[in-house]
Design a protein around this ligand. Sequence first.
Ligand code: AMP
Length: 373
Amino acid sequence: MDKTIGIFGGGQLGRMMAQAALPLNIQCTFFEASPDCPAATLGQVFASKSENSLQDFIHSADVFSLEFENTPLADVDVLIKHKDLHPPRQALAIAQNRLLEKGLFDELAIPVAPYKAVNSLESLQAAVAELGLPIVLKTATGGYDGKGQFVLRSADQIEQAWAELGPAGSLIAESFVTFSREVSIIAVRGQNGEVKTWPLAENHHHNGILSHSIVPAPNSADLQPAAQDYITRLLNHLNYVGVLTLELFVTDKGLYANEMAPRVHNSGHWSIEGAVCSQFENHIRAVAGLPLGSTEVVRPTVMVNIIGQHPKTEDVLALNGAHLHLYNKTEREGRKIGHITLMPNDAAELTDLCRQLAKILPNPLALSADMSL
Ligand code: AMP
């Protein structure tokens, strides 16, 4: 092997990074609590809960990255005294705190919904008075997939919202954005500062969890330049190396940034088959200091998450052109355990594939009927 990359986290994102690294003679190691995590079959796992294992992990690799945005900064601080981490610590620290994140978006003139910091019942009342209703109240740290959120629609819910989220620490109140759809942009920045961007993905959620992404997002040609501009500002400002994701709302006033993820992202899984170079390979290339690959689309692609229960492998593989990615995870309600990539020739074939897929997925609700290219 030419190089070893140590990755904080050993979930499916780490697994797919390691899969992309192997053909380049790059080995991955992982720092992760669970020894039988999805990445375990691809590289050594250092148990993040055991004493001294951080030191062993630091010795195990030449350069480091992460697949988990809540990677403890305390661990990162130990690491960066000895070895390089891509993306930079600052990107991680900002992405771990919604207030810092919104502050950075403001600083870089990336549009966001009006927001206020909330740290008491009185400041929540003041935020409601200033922003108006509805608002989305979120914990500043620790939330994901819509957890740690309360949508406040009337003033008589203020005390209930504070009782539910107040104990979680500092909060952010955001104006509720009326959006037509949710999209994400993913880009990669190399060690020489080169930036490459994939096309916008249109993301559909079910119960707060991504159910499927369509790429390129239909009718998004006029949105792509602004999204690309926003993510490039972030990448350059942070002197970022690796893949960054920016989630955005499409509104009648243009794009509003919701949040960033300093890592490869579920809405970029389509790129394994749908792009010349996937988000995983380009992330590995950037972290290893190699030239970046083309982010061009090979074919319009739909990525469907497998949530909770596995379909029959043979049923999925019988679908024309479908690719199946299983993460070696056990079934549990609401858990992402795999994904399917569909690469239809046209809208008619997409409709047909979705109809067939809805029949074979144990959790067909994950797939809405409104897919179009
Ligand atoms: P987040 O954890 O910030 O990604 O939020 C989870 C989901 O909640 C988003 O994907 C949106 O569907 C919704 N959401 C979050 N913030 C807002 C907002 N300010 N206005 C409307 N919907 C929101």
